[in-house]
Design a protein around this ligand. Structure first.
Ligand SMILES: [Zn+2]
Ligand SMILES: [Zn+2]
Length: 369
């Protein structure tokens, strides 16, 4: 039995502890990945804060890249030595939603997700006192190794640096995917992106890759707006002093923008989206707030054939999209270096999360030697 170090959350609102965990024998379709980089995402923070509840103890982390160390006897699509980005959306392939091309709604994925265990319900990891250990979002990548289903380990080119590759697994896929897979952005369209964290900055880049004409970035932080400019936004709006809706209208001859992508996760941001989009235009919500909170809209802002969609993984098809995003980075069209604000060791993970709510710019990434 192999053992390795992992950051374990025992109770919400307490620091994670670095523990030695043991790995059971691989099941036939399991893949053991040696993690080389893992990004800190807001969803992890929600579990730490207790607003998102999972069984405990648990290993968090769901945005990761590494190298395949070992594969089960029936594992498909990967082999030892492959450099991989991990997907958090395993799906069965044959349920009502999988048949309708919506793996993010897969009945097994949603049904098993809250248990934070693989689809077969059996824990792969345990603590030295024998307690079994959950893995957030079928991953649990704040650890030296991670056991995943074969379909979750997506090979990317060997040239792809791990710390930038890991971002593709959640934040970048979510933001770029919203623009490229869902936005139906036509060449020359005016696109507004609200919120310029890692997801929003990825959406800005997705809009640029889709051929948007005017890209308007909205945030409260001048440093993030400056970064948005470097990554493709032609117009930036500091919402603490300027009216994003008015700027959107000004840039489009009074019509409103064609597509609004929201990546801020606040009620006021959701409200701006429907006001800023033109009649017949499209709104994509990526952010989230407490599920029991209300959001209010002016009814008139929802009229006139507007399309509003909430998505959580950019309509990801990881086997199609992860290699494409990696190649876009390698050819210089997708900028990822700029999204990383801090690289930390596993021991510093609590500090990394402590800095997150204070709006420290963009992604912190745990890197492993
Ligand atoms: Zn995430
Ligand atoms: Zn399914």
């Amino acid at each position: 039995m192999r053992s390795f170090r992992a950051a374990v959350l025992n109770e919400p609102q307490t620091p994670m502890s670095i523990a030695s965990v043991s790995l059971a024998a691989l099941k036939p379709t399991d893949v053991l990945v040696r993690i080389r980089a893992a990004g800190l995402c807001h969803t992890d923070l929600e579990v730490i804060e207790g607003s998102l509840r999972y069984p405990l103890p648990i290993v968090l982390g769901h945005e990761a890249a590494g190298v395949v160390e070992q594969v089960g006897a029936a594992a498909n699509g990967v082999k030892p030595g492959d450099r991989v980005v991990l997907s958090w959306n395993p799906h069965c392939g044959h349920c009502f939603y999988c048949d309708r091309d919506a793996p993010i709604l897969c009945e097994q994925y949603l049904g098993e997700g809250s248990k934070a265990l693989p689809f077969d319900g059996e824990a792969r990891l345990s603590l030295s006192d024998g307690r079994m250990l959950q893995q957030l979002m079928f991953l649990g990548s704040f650890a030296e190794y991670c056991v995943v289903a074969d379909q979750q380990a997506i090979p990317v080119p060997k040239e792809m640096p791990f710390d930038r590759a890991c971002l593709i697994g959640c934040g970048v896929m979510t933001g770029v995917g919203a623009a490229l897979n869902l936005g139906a952005i036509a060449h020359g369209d005016a696109v507004m992106v609200i919120g310029c964290g890692a997801v929003g900055l990825s959406a800005v880049q997705g809009a640029r890759l889709a051929g948007a004409g005017t890209i308007i970035a909205v945030d409260l932080d001048p440093a993030k707006l400056e970064l948005a400019r470097r990554l493709g936004a032609g117009v930036v709006v500091n919402a603490s002093s300027d009216d994003a809706v008015a700027v959107g209208k000004r840039e489009t001859g009074g019509r409103g923008v064609d597509v609004v992508i929201e990546a801020a996760g606040s009620s006021s941001a959701f409200r701006i989206t429907s006001e800023a989009v033109r009649p017949g235009g499209q709104v994509i919500w990526l952010g989230k707030i407490d599920v029991n909170k209300d959001v209010s809209f002016r009814w008139g802002s929802l009229m006139q054939e507007k399309r509003i969609r909430r998505v959580s993984y950019g309509n990801a098809r990881p086997r199609r999209d992860f290699p494409l995003l990696a190649r876009a980075y390698l050819d210089g069209s997708l900028m990822l270096d700029e999204l990383i604000s801090r690289r930390i060791g596993l021991e510093e993970i609590n500090d990394g999360f402590a800095a997150m709510p204070h709006g420290e710019t963009n992604r912190s990434v745990v890197v492993f030697d």
